[in-house]
Design a protein around this ligand. Sequence first.
Ligand code: M6R
Length: 613
Amino acid sequence: MCGIVGYIGPEGAAPILMDELSRLEYRGYDSAGISTIEKNKISIMKDVGRVKNLYNLDGIDDLTGTIGIAHTRWATHGKPSKENSHPHQDNSKTFSVVHNGIIENFHELRNMLEENGYNFLSQTDTEVIPNLIHYHYSKLQDNSVHGFLQAVRNCCLDLKGSFAIEVISSLFPENMIVVRKDSPLVIGTCEDEKYISSDIPAILSYTRDFYFLNDLEFALLQNNKATFFDTNLHEINKQTNNIEWTATASEKNGYEDFMLKEIYEQPTAIRETIGSKISIDSKCNFEELNFTKEYLSTIDKIYIIACGTAMHAGLAGKNVIEKLCRIPVEVDIASEFRYRSPIVNEKTLSIFISQSGETADTIAALKLAKHCGSKTIAISNVIGSSITREANYSIYTHAGPEIAVASTKAYTSQVILLNMLAVYFSEILETSDKDTIISIKKEMLDLPKKIEETFSCKDSIKEFAKKIYQEKDVFFLGRGIDETIAKEASLKLKEISYIHSESYAAGELKHGSIALIENGVTVVTVLMDKSLMEKTISNVQEVISRGAKTLVITCHPCDSNMFDEIITVPYTIQYLSPILAIIPLQLLAYYISKEKGLDVDKPRNLAKSVTVE
Ligand code: M6R
């Protein structure tokens, strides 16, 4: 949902900003823009379309300033157009601003500013910000940089909604002010340079030392100095955090697309996420949680809350936690949970899953659960992300940066982490016998090898993709845990191939949806749970009788003559089956998208991190 970057240092800002921006393009890609300061004058260049269009703009090479801000947009207010692209400036062209988030009270602020003589050139909510800064600055009798800071702060106190903002001013050409509230923003630092970005990966090739801002904390940046202030503009101390991710982790490294690279990184992501937490001889160790039997025994319900793929991982978590710990688990979509007046109290344990750690609905749901007295655990892939700063406890997937909009390695890492959590709770509560736990642990440790073996299905999947890439509808079926895999597979297909797809609990099909099955329609069925296999196969027979083309994913012996295509993945226990079964289905979505000539990593209308409601 829009990406913002900034640079201040001794080098020319424009090439650095464009490099940062192109690495951040997965956050939005319908227009882009850049603003620098040359000889105490603000320059702004912007255009609709991708970041690469900026390179062709007349005069872009004349931007020689060493301070600058830039933006890649995912339109919310106003269509993608040059006028609506960021950066935006105030009428006097003194302040230039990029913004990620939504200003909910922009109508009211715009009316107030218009009554005070300000004009607006765009339909965006953002344009109120530079004008509001100007409005406050002109009321202050302070022409120092402190006045600039005060004006930005007063503006921010007037804003309702979410924002990460970078501001530069022709009056203070060696200073930049940045602030965030409910929107992501990190500040990278090294000697005499500061790099600002919505996400860490975009600036990893410049630095691995980062400052994180809390809501409504302000940073005043000069090339060799970063000063931090609280909402009352009292100076505060901040330490840098060193991030372990390497710069190459956010490069394609020879792969055609990030998605393919990330699919192939899954064995490593699983290995890293397990780390030293699982061993056969000792109890599962989550030092970050340090839960006691006394506390866990008071829990009468676990909520798992997330969005999209992360929510699908939550469904796999429900399956294993309920079975191993005998605690009821409810999985909810964050955007629904927050408005349904959920029954949450101190006996509820709430787990929030978010790869980015910045999903607006998930963060809001977490705040609500905390407010109701529940202990909250954040599961994220990004150290220092907003969700981890809000939660009582944080545990991490170690999947490395996930750049493709379609989530792959984050999903499988979330599933393994939830399995680990189930084992951890169960060992404390003593709700499962030792042999069961040992066999789960052995299977977990064997998973990376089994994922490697699963990749051998690539060619068959590619061939199947060629057969079905022009279809309009594809259906996914499964029962129990297999239905949760079908849900994730269906989301993956629709988001990157634009083929309409639905997933169904196999037994539910004949209660209405089977009416959609006709000659030639493709039905993909997941058959990983042996105990439910016969039942599901009967449902597949029903669609075959109505002319469906069938693909089956299984880890059990199966009569291959029955279906058009069978992909057999290595055997694993039911709890971990989403991790192996999803791999051919991620590849299926990938190859269909490629066959259609689409942009796999940046599918239309989507953005990697959904930081607005
Ligand atoms: O960063 P999060 O895990 O909170 O993101 C949640 C969803 O937006 C995300 O999983 C989305 O569904 C993916 N594009 C699916 O591939």
